[in-house]
Design a binder for this molecule. Structure first.
Ligand code: SF4
Length: 148
């Protein structure tokens, strides 16, 4: 059976910044015939739960996303002002290693997150176009991402 990486909070695990989960009704359907591999890149990067929420922030006013973080053009900053960039990159690397270890070529990831978001991330409370750090890294390595 095919192994599929899944954002842990979508599977009901309390990994979110606020210590809650975000279970999805249609996840079971999407995972039919697959082996789910739950991961939380923020926890894997060493961040605690609960933790302050983060946003991707460029050094100037440009729009920025996870690709800019990987290319060192933006940082991931928590609401308390702490710089979480290294933890986000470390967590994304861990997820990539897990995907390689289990042979996963697909990931189902939580929309709008600065880590897992694919297509959209939150910026100043507004949903904007872009990928989270982990999603950007997985896409660079050819994984298919299904945003939920
Ligand atoms: S980093 Fe991803 S898996 Fe972890 S809580 Fe955020 S959206 Fe869910």
């Amino acid at each position: 059976m095919e192994a599929v990486i899944v954002s842990a909070c979508l599977m009901g695990l309390p990994t979110r910044y606020d210590g809650r989960s975000k279970p999805s009704d249609i996840l079971c359907e999407l995972l039919e015939g697959c082996v789910p591999v739950p991961v939380c890149p923020e926890q894997l990067g060493g961040l605690p739960t609960p933790r302050p929420p983060c946003e991707i922030s460029a050094t100037d006013d440009r729009a920025s996303d996870g690709d800019d973080v990987l290319d060192e053009r933006a940082r991931v900053i928590a609401s308390d002002g702490s710089d979480c960039t290294e933890a986000y990159i470390r967590g994304a690397d861990c997820v990539l290693k897990i995907a390689a270890a289990v042979g996963a070529r697909k990931a189902i990831m939580k929309q709008n997150s600065p880590s897992c978001g694919c297509g959209f991330v939150m910026k100043g409370g507004v949903r904007t176009t872009g990928n989270g750090v982990c999603a950007a890294l997985l896409l660079r390595h050819g994984l298919e991402i299904v945003p939920l």
